[in-house]
Design a protein around this ligand. Sequence first.
Ligand code: MG
Length: 252
Amino acid sequence: MRILNVLKITIGIMLLSGNAASAQDGDPAETEVWAPEPAVVTPGDNGGPPSDAIVLFDGGSLEAWEHPDGSDVTWTVENGAMTVKANPEWGAGDIRTRQGFGDVQLHVEWMASPDDKDDSQGRSNSGVFLMGLYEVQVLDSYDNRTYSNGQAASIYKQHIPLVNAMRPPGQWQVYDIVFRAPTFGDDGELASAATVTVFHNGVLVQDHVEIQGPTVYIGEPSYRAHADRLPIVLQDHGDRVSYRNIWVRELD
Ligand code: MG
């Protein structure tokens, strides 16, 4: 009976608002916008790349990547993932995309090693550096306290994540990142700061925050003019962190 009453009221409100709309003067077509028509994109399944994405790593080839000196990547590739070489064979170094990117939507899956018993910044540390300069921190922050602006999904030393959405080590984590590159005037001065939005395992952790400058370990960040497109870098911090299913969509 109560449900019936709620239904009656709901229908009543719908009818009222319908009447209100039809009582307006003018042509509704005047506010219809038909151009441009958004391009058709076929979405991916289970975090897979949409049809307009550039696949950076699909579990096999490392062709899209290089070490910063231009040499071929020597990270380990097995079981559909690429993994930083940890102690005692570490030192392979960071890797970067051969292609440069500016504004992007970036999907990255990563996994912290369950065998890493170090703590704070020492546990499965890596990082996703947008334009090779602006770090979204990768760290095992599952039951591992460190400084808040240095935990997983922080914009390292700049922005604390809104929440800690970590899965335990040994499980795959997902970052979905929307990054807008900074712009610079002809005089080399900053015209607009970079911004970034990050979802960690589907949970909003960075909400369109303004980046203060390239990531620095010590001191305050400050911008310096750089190219419109620069490689995306994955950090070798000497910890056995794995990556898979990496794709990017250019937004500019
Ligand atoms: Mg890092």
